[in-house]
Design a protein around this ligand. Structure first.
Ligand code: BDR
Ligand code: CA
Length: 316
């Protein structure tokens, strides 16, 4: 059984990732820590509980962060972060744990030394605070999977920056510097280049299950948004597959299926903290000028058919 902790800012693609984890009989989700990000914290917490409700897994503990932050993603996920299709019977905030996410993260990892894979699909604030409080935490982790950063100087939020890293560059810097466990990164360009063809998305979402109906409902807004954007030059250049970018789901899928990613490069990585245009951009130290002992695995290519199969199963 693979033990996972997932750090999220749900968000449409975070929801997809979480549902994939919950559908896998070989995965045990120990807890979900939430961060500000795609949408204000109040929405993130509610969205997380909504996903758990659809999957009948409200038994999994959900934790809040130390603070909310005003740096939220734009319109892509809708105003409520989940496509603006509210559930009047959404579970209430009383179901969120009183204990804060950072302490919970530390406790869960310490209780399962060497066994936990941490998957981060949000700004890295919780992870950075956790390692500051407990420097030995990375040694107790099995692996860390991150959706974030970029390999080219193309951003999705600033000129050069990807949202999760730009939302808290110092946190991303600390995490890449201090988490010395095996670290795998699904970057923005990696997920763009492996986007899901629209024809597959129809097939995926037309499955006759309650989970598929939910996913179709919450995803329509972002899918239309992405379809409008695909005629833009930027999208044309970066997206070979011309389809839906399931970025967070790649990080999660790679964590639960080690054969999914077919090529990675191992390189020292860091984050620019000062540039006027480049703050929050991930830098890859190919010349080893930063003398980093710990190198991350940056994902390059993927078995798209395998990924599609995993997505199909996640809604069954
Ligand atoms: C990342 O930011 C969010 O919009 C997504 O959920 C993903 O984690 C992509 O840059
Ligand atoms: Ca996310």
């Amino acid at each position: 059984m693979k033990k996972l902790i997932i750090d999220v800012d749900i968000g449409v693609d975070d929801a997809q990732a979480l549902m994939m984890a919950l559908a896998d009989p070989d995965v045990q989700v120990l807890g979900i820590t939430c961060c500000f990000g795609n949408t204000p914290l109040e929405n993130v917490l509610r969205n997380t509980l909504r996903v758990l409700k659809v999957c009948n897994r409200l038994d999994i503990p959900v934790y809040k962060p130390l603070l909310d932050d005003k740096r939220h993603a734009g319109d892509y996920h809708g105003k409520d972060g989940l496509g603006d299709v509210p559930d009047p019977d959404a579970p209430g905030p009383e179901l969120v744990q009183k204990k804060k996410g950072v302490s919970a993260l530390i406790k869960m990892i310490k209780q399962n030394p060497g066994e936990v894979t941490l998957v981060a699909t949000a700004p890295l604030t919780n992870l950075a605070v956790a390692v500051q409080l407990e420097p030995s935490l990375p040694q107790k982790l099995k692996a860390l999977y991150i959706m974030g950063g970029n390999t080219d100087s193309r951003g999705n939020t600033t000129v050069c920056g990807e949202f999760n890293f730009v939302a808290d560059p110092e946190a991303a810097y600390i995490v890449l510097d201090r988490y010395t466990c095996p670290t795998y990164i699904a970057t923005w360009e990696f997920s763009c280049r492996n986007s899901l063809p629209w024809s597959f998305c129809d097939h995926w979402l037309d499955q006759k299950t309650e989970k598929a109906a939910f996913m179709k409902k919450i995803t329509s807004y972002s899918m239309s948004y992405a379809q409008r954007a695909r005629s833009e030059d930027y999208q044309k250049e970066i997206t070979e597959g011309q389809g839906f970018n399931a970025c967070d789901t790649y990080a999660l899928a790679a964590a639960i299926n080690e054969t999914l990613v077919t090529e990675m490069e191992q390189v020292g990585v860091s984050v620019e903290l000062e540039g006027k245009y480049t703050r929050g951009m991930m830098v890859l130290d190919y010349m080893e000028l930063l003398n980093k002992k710990h190198k991350a695995f940056v994902m390059k290519t993927v078995d798209l058919e395998k990924f599609k199969e995993m997505l199909m199963r996640s809604l069954q």
